[in-house]
Design a protein around this ligand. Structure first.
Ligand code: SAM
Length: 344
């Protein structure tokens, strides 16, 4: 913890105590106080994703960044709610996000290009009839042309679909929006609202913040390996001599050990991702993190195992509730040996 705080303080470019002539124990106390202050400030700066997502890493972004550190080139091949990139305390020079589910890259491209237009469609009350109608339309053949354009044209976006999608992700129960099994599900009613459907939330201002934050993020739509090639990672021509590369890999977990319909796009690539991580971790520029359940892959002992627990809220969604609860205790992130702290 102390190491992390001191690291946070150093990356923030503030270390006024180290150079003073105070006794060591006083220096350490002062460093911790300053670090706590800076750490609190850094947490305030984190931008929240505008929708909930199954498997979101939002609660532990500080732990993740404390280990990835200040990287010049950051890649998030399984973006989901993009919570890790949004929670980054220092913006990397090169940033790339990707997800196979076209609704996700569409939302981010649309916000980058036209936050006003997306907000126009997203800022909407929770009306059940509209929730069902939009849900049906988005997964129907009527939206085939949108899906085709997303896979063919790297600059394509549709602001109306982006607005409807992000609204539906918040208005629907159990993150079932745009999934077959969510058709005809009740809206989310167990709290006053969530995300952008919370009364009083200024959706446009939120989207403007997201637009500003993501304006230079490259957003890709396709399978993960396309953004993990050497030219995208350690051979990137814009990477400086000492620049580091951070790759945060949060794939759908090993399918044998979990509910198999969590994501709209399900692919069984967990092992391929781990093999790629192992093959690339020894490169001196690479810091790699892989998320999964404890025991899903035999990473060697020089990889740090970071254990954390989900709140359990979504474990009830699992087909088998008991397994859902068990899995919430098995959440692990493996950090490659070049990562900053927690070295074993
Ligand atoms: C565990 S979630 C990522 C959660 C994310 N880290 C967050 O904090 O919200 C996994 C994501 O991988 C995407 N996905 C599934 N298969 C993929 C593939 N082969 N390539 C890229 N993305 C994929 C899913 O659409 C889903 O959004």
């Amino acid at each position: 913890m102390i190491e992390r705080l001191i690291w946070d303080q150093e990356v923030a470019g503030l270390n006024p105590v180290s150079s003073t002539k105070l006794p060591h124990h006083l220096k350490k106390c002062l460093l911790i106080c300053i670090s706590l202050d800076i750490y609190a400030d850094m947490q305030k700066q984190q931008i929240k994703s505008p929708h909930p997502y199954f498997g979101s890493k939002r609660r532990i972004v500080s732990d993740i960044w404390a280990r990835l550190g200040d990287v010049e080139n950051y890649i998030e091949p399984f973006a989901g709610s993009l919570s890790v990139l949004l929670g980054c305390p220092i913006i990397s020079k090169i940033e790339t996000a990707n997800d196979y589910d076209c609704f996700i890259p569409n939302f981010w491209r649309a916000v980058q290009a036209d936050a006003n237009e997306v907000a126009k469609y997203a800022d909407y009350p929770v009306l059940e009839a509209d929730l069902h109608a939009r849900h049906r339309w988005l997964i129907s053949p009527a939206a085939d042309e949108f899906r085709k354009q997303m896979s063919l044209n790297p600059n394509y976006y549709d602001a109306k679909i982006a607005g409807w999608w992000v609204w539906g992700m918040n208005a629907s129960i159990g993150i079932t929006f745009c999934k077959q099994r969510g058709l005809e599900c009740k809206p989310f009613l167990s709290m006053i609202g969530q995300g952008i459907t919370t009364p009083g939330v200024d959706v446009l201002s939120w989207f403007k913040i997201l637009q500003e934050r993501t304006k230079k993020v490259r957003v890709c739509c396709g399978s993960w390996e396309r953004v993990c090639t050497p030219p995208c990672t350690y051979k990137n021509k814009s990477l400086s001599k000492n620049g580091m590369v951070g790759v945060f890999l949060d794939p759908p977990y090993l399918v044998e050990n979990r509910e198999d319909k969590l994501y709209r796009i399900e692919t069984n690539i967990f092992n391929d991702v781990c093999v790629w991580a192992m093959e690339n971790a020894s490169h001196p520029k690479m810091r790699i993190a892989v998320c999964g359940y404890d025991g899903d892959y035999p990473f060697p002992s020089n990889w740090e195992r970071f254990y954390w627990r989900t709140t359990g809220g979504f474990s009830s969604l699992a087909k088998d509730k008991e397994r859902g609860k068990e899995n919430s205790k098995k959440e692990t992130i493996w950090f490659s040996p070049n990562c900053i702290i927690g070295k074993v």
